[in-house]
Design a binder for this molecule. Structure first.
Ligand code: ACM
Length: 266
């Protein structure tokens, strides 16, 4: 499967302007034959919200009726591909830091970030839908969001459910994720597509610089593509699904069969 990795710089609190920046990147991936794209966390809104009310203005329902997800469905139709993108979700008056699985036929799946990072706890609710599995053109995959990288349980859940890879939508500010996810790739024999963002955002006292370095990993943690730290970038990677379906490490070791489920649980 050809997977496009998009590293973007959203326009803070401006969905329309963020879409204008994303459009040529989506187009460039489509021209290189991408079948599935991975976009960053909160790709339409940026990351820092002055308060809950400003987050609500850019938040959308997961049903695809809002400006951003509606636009993504149109992009999928135009380019005949699917994608996973982070966005701020509103549901029953509650905000979630979510990732939608979008196809030409609409939004077909939704993940809500399980592990909220730092100030996110001021405006988002922690996710409550587990780690759902999505399917597209014979590939099975899960979405995780940014700081989820630090929790191996979520990656194991995805792998045990049958994920060939994880679409890791990110707004990274700490320097460890790109190293940490190599362990998740290796220990689960799955691909990892970390789509990070770049740029600096200020909001009140807070200022954050996002670190780029988007990265595609094979199931043996080989770096298949790696982005710069300070500018928008995209790449299309040929990913061998079969590699992720073989959990055999030696003649006598299978990463899933050898788990000691009598000694520990997930
Ligand atoms: C993060 O979870 N956005 C650092």
């Amino acid at each position: 499967m050809k997977i496009g990795l998009i590293q973007s710089e959203p326009v803070h609190l401006d969905t329309r302007a963020s879409c204008e920046r994303l459009a040529p990147q989506i187009c460039a991936c489509a021209q290189q034959g991408a079948e599935l794209l991975v976009l960053p966390e909160l790709a339409n809104s940026g990351y820092l919200f002055p308060d809950q009310a400003s987050a609500e203005i850019v938040a959308e329902s997961s049903n695809g009726s809002g400006e951003y997800l509606g636009w993504l469905v149109q992009q999928c139709k135009e380019h005949q591909l699917a994608l996973v993108s982070g966005y701020p979700e509103i549901s029953g008056g509650k905000l979630f830091n979510s990732a939608a699985f979008v196809t030409p036929d609409g939004v077909k799946g939704n993940y809500r970030k399980l592990h909220l990072f730092d100030m996110e706890k001021n405006w988002f609710e922690p996710g409550n839908v587990g780690v759902p599995l999505f399917e597209w053109k014979g590939a099975k995959f899960a979405a995780l969001v940014c700081f989820d990288w630090a929790f191996p349980e979520a990656w194991r859940m995805a792998a045990l459910a049958g994920a060939d890879f994880v679409a890791h939508c990110s707004n990274l500010v700490l320097p460890w994720a790109q190293t940490g996810v190599k362990g998740h790739a290796l220990c689960n024999r799955i691909g990892v597509f970390t789509a990070n963002r770049v740029g600096t955002e200020s909001c009140g006292e807070a200022q954050l610089t996002f670190t780029g370095g988007s990265q595609a990993l094979s199931p043996t943690a080989d770096v298949l593509a790696s982005g710069p730290n300070d500018q928008a970038w995209e790449a299309v990677i040929e990913f061998e699904l079969e590699l992720a379906r073989n959990k055999q490490v030696t003649k006598q070791n299978d990463l899933f069969e050898d788990r000691r489920r009598d000694m520990y649980s997930l």
